[in-house]
Design a protein around this ligand. Structure first.
Ligand SMILES: NC(=O)c1ccc[n+]([C@@H]2O[C@H](COP(=O)([O-])OP(=O)(O)OC[C@H]3O[C@@H](n4cnc5c(N)ncnc54)[C@H](OP(=O)(O)O)[C@@H]3O)[C@@H](O)[C@H]2O)c1
Length: 263
């Protein structure tokens, strides 16, 4: 299927590794010029080099902390200065720390909301004028299957992602008239540094081994394996595409069937 993405421009946030990088690769394979960001400059430049050399598209790497409002504005300015347009925004950031309600304080809550909710607000605010001007656009937020089924010991993520879900539905209502779609993609368990961290953390809190936790969690997935980040990236590329132009305001779980509910 021709996704109609050749020559488009995407900003993919938090994309030096993991799911963000997989999204950038999937878009680049479709001929999209990608602007990627993250904080660690060396890892970011290496990711940009790898994506550019394997796909042949131009990759612009801009060191950015998505929790810093000035960084976000500069990221979008530099993307527009280089490519003259933005068609696709993939909102993403690292995950907040593990913890339960009684182990976390106001500072943890404020940081988590900055990282996973306000970064989405600010990136979207900076990109929207460009999408409106063009009369089309795609905004895709990476959240978590926690939105459908809260995850034990991840209360910060459970709450912040719900905020992004409400934001996305409101944005889809407000900006549909500009032919801008806004959707969420909900990862289950994909093989990234984040999932290693969570399984280490769970092993520690339950006084068990990392391997025991890994096997137990994998058994919960009907497809019998953790997700490859590439499984995730290809769906994001589809949601960014022309054929997906009538999908908006939705939350799509990509989890090998791990979520147990019906809807
Ligand atoms: N992997 C999964 O299966 C899964 C499941 C549910 C939810 N999620 C969520 O999906 C998102 C991506 O997860 P992942 O597994 O890809 O994580 P990851 O492998 O840990 O990668 C996180 C990426 O985000 C960047 N980053 C972190 N904080 C940032 C900041 N403040 N500003 C800019 N970039 C930042 C990191 O680079 P720097 O550290 O250099 O900035 C890195 O490139 C996270 O929010 C995670 O909680 C993932």
């Amino acid at each position: 299927m021709d996704l109609g993405l050749k020559g488009k421009v995407a900003i993919v946030a938090a994309a030096s590794k993991g799911l963000g990088k997989a999204c950038a690769i999937a878009l680049a394979k479709e001929g999209v010029n990608v602007v990627i960001c993250s904080r660690n400059q060396a890892e970011l430049l290496e990711a940009a080099r790898e994506i550019g050399s394997t796909t042949g598209v131009e990759v612009l790497a801009i060191p950015t902390d998505v929790t810093k409002p000035d960084d976000v504005v500069k990221l979008v300015e530099q993307a527009v200065a280089r490519f003259g347009r933005i068609d696709i925004l993939v909102n993403n950031a690292g995950g907040p720390p593990a913890g339960t309600f009684e182990t976390l304080g106001d500072e943890d809550w404020a940081k988590a909301l900055e990282l996973n909710l306000l970064s989405t607000v600010r990136l979207t605010r900076a990109v929207l004028p460009h999408l409106k001007k063009q009369g089309s656009g795609r905004i895709i937020n990476i959240t978590s299957y926690a939105v459908k089924q809260p995850i034990a010991e991840l209360i910060l993520s459970n709450a912040a992602r719900a905020g992004v879900t409400g934001l996305a539905k409101s944005l889809s209502n407000e900006f549909g008239k500009y032919n801008i779609t806004v959707n969420n993609v909900l990862p289950g368990l994909h093989t990234t540094a984040r999932i290693d961290y969570l399984h280490q953390s769970r092993a520690k809190s339950q006084n068990r081994t990392f391997e025991e936790i890994r096997v137990e969690e994998t058994k919960q997935i009907p497809l019998g394996r953790l997700g490859d980040p590439a499984d995730f990236g290809s769906i994001v590329a589809f949601l960014a595409s022309e054929p997906a132009g009538y999908i908006t305001g939705q939350s799509l779980v990509i989890d090998g069937g791990a979520y147990k509910g019906l809807m």
